[in-house]
Design a protein around this ligand. Sequence first.
Ligand code: ADE
Length: 264
Amino acid sequence: MRKPAPAKLDTPLLDVELMSLFPEIFDSFLRTSLVGKAIENGIVRVACTNPRDFASGRHRQVDDASYGGGPGMVLRPEPLAAAIESVESARGRTHRIILSPAGRLFDQALAQDLACRGRLMLICGRYEGVDERISDLFADEVISIGDYVLAGGEVAATVIVEAVSRLVPGVLGCGDSAIDESFSEGRLEYPQWTRPPEFRGMTVPEVLLSGNHAQVATWRRLESLRRTQARRPDLLLRYPPSEDEQSLLSGVPRKRRKKTAQQR
Ligand code: ADE
């Protein structure tokens, strides 16, 4: 029997206002896969506004040279301010975010925080950035998705929309989990395999075929720790291993370790 389509929500749980000079960048992203489904089901709503529509003059100029000199153009404040104010007076206050490589680094904890905000505005810079007065007057925060420079904030905005949407209740199916995964506890996710059991001479670890859930869980915790140690030692410094994790890594079960200590 086919599963009935979920009822469409009247009020979205996540409402995103994108502010971009290139709204077409978002077209296929918003129609496809997880975000497309969440929008179709009414759980997430995304609207896009082009600040150029709020620029004055025959040429609707949105950028200008940087005071003090230097290469590249800076987004002028007037069209952006008018666009932000127009969106908010029509649909209400948002948590306003400017996307910039000069921002605070985006991570899973920040994604979780944003998922609870209800209404987000993602303001995409282009060229050399946005006039600082927009940041001073409007931004609740400035976010970077990584230590590299993109041509604009649009790709960064899609990263944030996807990372945040999947944390909104109802977006992931019951079988999928936003908890048992990389970064949820400062650890990278354990490796995974699917069928076939043998591929190009490579097999799946025996324990995963054993059906012993307790052993599988312990094995996965250890692999997740080892992977974090090898690929992201900075995470182990930030979130030091618990006693349980230390004994997992040392290969000595915790109970036996305790007994030995008492015996001394
Ligand atoms: N715009 C340009 N580069 C960016 C980055 N790394 N993060 C967010 N916005 C950006």
